[in-house]
Design a binder for this molecule. Structure first.
Ligand code: SF4
Ligand code: SF4
Length: 375
């Protein structure tokens, strides 16, 4: 059995992990929301990027600033900041994605003192040459601004090294997905989820090494052959290992996903050659990676990719994991569902919140069990 303790420690309490990392190494920690943040630039500046997930406990302070019909990811992140739980952060980066993250950025700037704040206003349309050029300018500005805030220089050499580290991590995560797609029994769902979450929390060199060891162990694994149903998850960020457990206890396993904490995070791993312009390589990745509904590249791309993923991984069905009040994903649901119906792929929509009550979990379990029985 591979040692999963490092992944679990980081995934179960990301804020404590990052606080301890800072204390032990003196490294600056930069929080970020959304997988469109060019983490490689933060890493190249010598800081440790930390993806901010929602709050584990009840949300109280954020309600004075945000409507209760904002998603729990945004409300929970603000609650963590207002309560001082993220007080150790040196800075926070807000990419220009969904409306909720944009509004959170304004509220954060006005109400959370003590750490720097950068908006990375990336283009929304990702299908024109002018948008690509604009994105190149935004990346260059972000590199300049971040360097100034951190008092660090970010030369091409450092950026190239950072892209190489991230390339290895992203290829490793893809390999992990492929191993689970071939036989989900090699690694339990909540262990798998901890690895994915830890990828956005752990010091990246430590994560790269731990992931490499895990993959070596799993490649040698003689796990029993998996005979249950095979599902694909689609949605935004998933920070709840319970979903994987509930799916497994319903007699299925997640064999691929279209989540920004999953396959959309490792899509388009890059390794620019020695001579290549590293910033151009980053622009290419963030421009061409699997698109999320807060961005735009054609009217049917997400649906088409999901159908391809379902066929390629022999999936029996798709589960839409919708965080309550997430407009971008709710708007995409009808057209994708219609495409899946036409392709004969069964699907189920479930709504979750980071602070789900036990009764909600029971309802979820029943719905998933019924779905798995049907497919
Ligand atoms: S779903 Fe899209 S906008 Fe929302 S956090 Fe993920 S990448 Fe960002
Ligand atoms: S994309 Fe949806 S879930 Fe993600 S931050 Fe925006 S509203 Fe919340």
């Amino acid at each position: 059995m591979p040692d999963m303790s490092k992944f679990h420690a980081a995934a179960e309490d990301p804020l404590s992990y990052a606080r301890d990392l800072k204390k032990a190494t003196g490294k600056k920690v930069v929080g970020y929301l959304c997988s469109y943040t060019p983490e490689e630039i933060i890493f190249a500046a010598g800081a440790s990027p930390l993806r901010l997930f929602g709050a584990n406990g009840p949300i109280t302070l954020a309600d004075a600033h945000l409507q209760s019909y904002c998603c729990s990811l945004v409300r929970g992140s603000l609650d963590n900041a207002l309560s001082g739980r993220t007080g150790f952060l040196d800075g926070v980066v807000f990419p220009h994605t969904c409306d909720s993250i944009q509004r959170l950025s304004d509220i954060w700037r006005l109400n959370v003192p003590g750490c720097f704040h950068i908006d990375a206003v990336l283009p929304v349309k990702l299908d024109t040459e002018s948008a690509r050029q604009y994105m190149a300018q935004v990346m260059a500005k972000f590199r300049r601004e971040l360097g100034e805030k951190l008092g660090a220089s970010i030369p091409d050499e450092k950026l190239r090294e950072a892209i190489a580290v991230y390339g290895e991590i992203r290829r490793g995560l893809r390999r992990l997905f492929e191993l689970r797609a071939a036989n989900p029994a090699v690694l339990g769902g909540s262990d798998f989820h901890s690895v994915l979450k830890a990828a956005m929390v752990m010091e990246r060199n430590d994560f790269r090494a731990a992931l490499g060891t895990l993959i070596e162990d799993l490649e040698k694994s003689a796990a029993r052959e998996y005979r249950g149903k095979r599902l694909i998850l689609t949605g935004g960020a998933c920070s709840q290992p319970d979903i994987y457990n509930i799916i497994e206890s319903a007699g299925a396993a997640v064999v691929w996903d279209d989540l920004c904490t999953g396959a959309r995070y490792f899509d388009q791993a890059d390794e620019p050659g020695e001579a290549a312009d590293p910033l151009a390589a980053l622009v290419r990745r963030y421009f061409e990676r699997a698109v999320c509904p807060a961005k735009h590249r054609g009217l049917r791309e997400r649906g088409t990719k999901l159908i391809e993923a379902a066929a390629g991984r022999k999936a029996d069905g798709v589960v839409f994991l919708l965080l309550k009040f997430c407009d971008p994903h709710a708007f995409d649901y009808p057209y994708i569902k219609e495409m899946l119906d036409r392709a004969g792929i069964p699907s189920l929509l479930i709504e979750i919140e980071d602070q789900s009550a036990a009764a909600d979990e029971e309802r979820l379990r029943t719905r998933l069990e019924t779905f798995v029985e049907m497919i």
